[in-house]
Design a protein around this ligand. Structure first.
Ligand SMILES: Cc1cc2nc3c(=O)[nH]c(=O)nc-3n(C[C@H](O)[C@H](O)[C@H](O)COP(=O)(O)OP(=O)(O)OC[C@H]3O[C@@H](n4cnc5c(N)ncnc54)[C@H](O)[C@@H]3O)c2cc1C
Length: 410
């Protein structure tokens, strides 16, 4: 028997944690080293803009696994340590403190970082970004003390934080570049539904505008829009997208193009290096195109596939992409490819009752590729997922059935 394999994982986020778990499942002997810049074990970021932010989820329930899991599975977790250089030829990673780790197989799971606004007043106290646990703690403290809050960005993070502010009783204004909330992510029908819903919940929307400056003396007093309006607020949260952390891969000479390029097995241009999660620009066998998805479930599933493949499996990542969001009392679930579509079909009218609901399907070149459901009915999601796995091409009769809530799905 040869020496045990050494696996090094750079990035102790969800993809990294899941990969470590999968490697140990497949290889009981190997050495597993999980390196993370943050001083924490891997945790679930979605809670940071939802229940954890609102003080309704305890810290211990934010973590992927308890400490004992890593000890029992002999996973060496190096927290608070950052990889600064990667030498694929020598199979070595150098950390910021000078330590050098040798690997047989490496996973890059460095995630992404929030884009920052470069406008006057960006560094005023009271202007927040949200990616890490301490970011969420600081935003919660600020939110608890403020009367008025301003949220910048009409994507999911912005919408979730605005929903948290409003539920906390803050007079909340949401600044959105487009004419509808979340329009870019989910299209016109869902965007209209959510815009109306947020307005009904008391959130003031300022659409088709952007931030010109954060204003205040020692700390934030308001946000000036490009339309010239000053919106008063003691706390502002900015959610204007993220950038994948690809610097390490790029400097090492790996193929990078809006993410680290990987094939369907999540293998990079170097066969001993894999990438997963937010940074992975992967080849999707399902949609026959390259994709990069910044969602929790994709990081979770890809981390597992990458880990198994690093330890000797050869499985494609061909799963149906999935994401979710919680906005006030709306449970939003989405499956499939909502990143490239040219047509939407709404299934029946939106239901504005006490439990509002909406179902929208996404098509691309006549193929049914995605679905978004708000407050799904029991059993509805299972049927949709099953159909979407085959990426069906729709006939005119199929389209009618999609639009008719009393008809079976095609
Ligand atoms: C506030 C918030 C809410 C979200 N809500 C949802 C949601 O409702 N639904 C959904 O589907 N998705 C949501 N997401 C997105 C989801 O959390 C991400 O897609 C997921 O965390 C990506 O996981 P990852 O492991 O690829 O990267 P990350 O979670 O970003 O982890 C990467 C880790 O690598 C570390 N790292 C980076 N560089 C180095 C280095 N050189 N050396 C060592 N360590 C390094 C980072 O510090 C980080 O800890 C949310 C994200 C945020 C921030």
């Amino acid at each position: 028997m040869g020496d045990p394999t050494t696996y090094v994982i750079i990035g102790a986020g969800l993809a990294g944690g899941r990969a470590a778990e999968a490697i140990r499942e497949r290889d009981p002997q190997g050495r597993i080293v999980l390196v993370g810049s943050e001083p924490y074990l891997p945790y679930h970021r979605p809670h940071l803009s939802k229940k954890y932010l609102m003080g309704k989820r305890p810290l211990e329930k934010v973590f992927f696994k308890p400490r004992e899991f890593y000890d029992e599975n002999r996973i060496e977790v190096l927290t608070g340590r950052t990889a600064v250089a990667l030498d694929p030829k020598a199979h070595q990673v150098t950390l910021a403190d000078g330590a050098v780790l040798r690997y047989d197989r490496l996973l890059l799971a460095t995630g992404s970082e929030p884009r920052h606004l470069n406008v006057v007043g960006s560094d005023l106290a009271g202007v927040h970004y949200l990616r890490t646990l301490p970011d969420s703690d600081r935003l919660r403290d600020a939110m608890m003390q403020a009367q008025r809050g301003v949220v910048v960005g009409g994507g999911f993070i912005g919408a979730e934080v605005a929903s948290a502010f409003a539920q906390q009783g803050l007079q909340t204004t949401l600044i959105v570049r487009e004419e509808l909330l979340l329009r870019r992510a989910v299209g016109e029908v869902v965007g209209r539904f959510l815009t109306d819903y947020f307005t009904g919940k008391g959130v003031t929307l300022r659409t088709e505008t952007a931030v010109d400056a954060f204003v205040g003396g020692d700390r934030l007093e308001g946000v000036r829009t490009t339309a010239g309006e000053i919106i008063p607020g003691g706390v502002a949260a900015v959610g204007v997208g993220v950038t994948p952390r690809t610097a390490l891969a790029q400097a090492a000479g790996l193929a990078v193009d809006n993410g680290v390029l990987v094939d369907e097995y999540l293998q990079t241009s170097d066969p001993d290096i894999f990438a997963a999660g937010d940074i992975a620009a992967f080849w999707s066998p399902l949609y026959r195109r390259r994709m990069r998805i910044e969602h929790w479930d994709v990081a979770r599933q890809q981390g597992r596939t990458a880990g198994l493949n690093m330890a000797g499996d050869h499985q494609p990542w061909d799963q149906l992409p999935y994401f979710y969001s919680d906005l006030f009392d709306l449970d939003l679930q989405a499956y499939g490819d909502l990143f490239q579509w040219d047509e939407t079909i709404q299934r029946g009218p939106a239901n504005p009752s006490a439990r509002p609901s909406l179902t929208v399907f996404y098509l691309y070149q006549g193929q049914w590729r995605g679905a978004l459901v708000i407050n799904p009915a029991v059993g509805q999601l299972e049927a949709i997922q099953e159909r979407l796995k085959s990426v069906p091409t729709l006939s005119p009769a199929d389209r009618k059935r999609l639009a008719d809530p009393t008809a079976e799905l095609p």
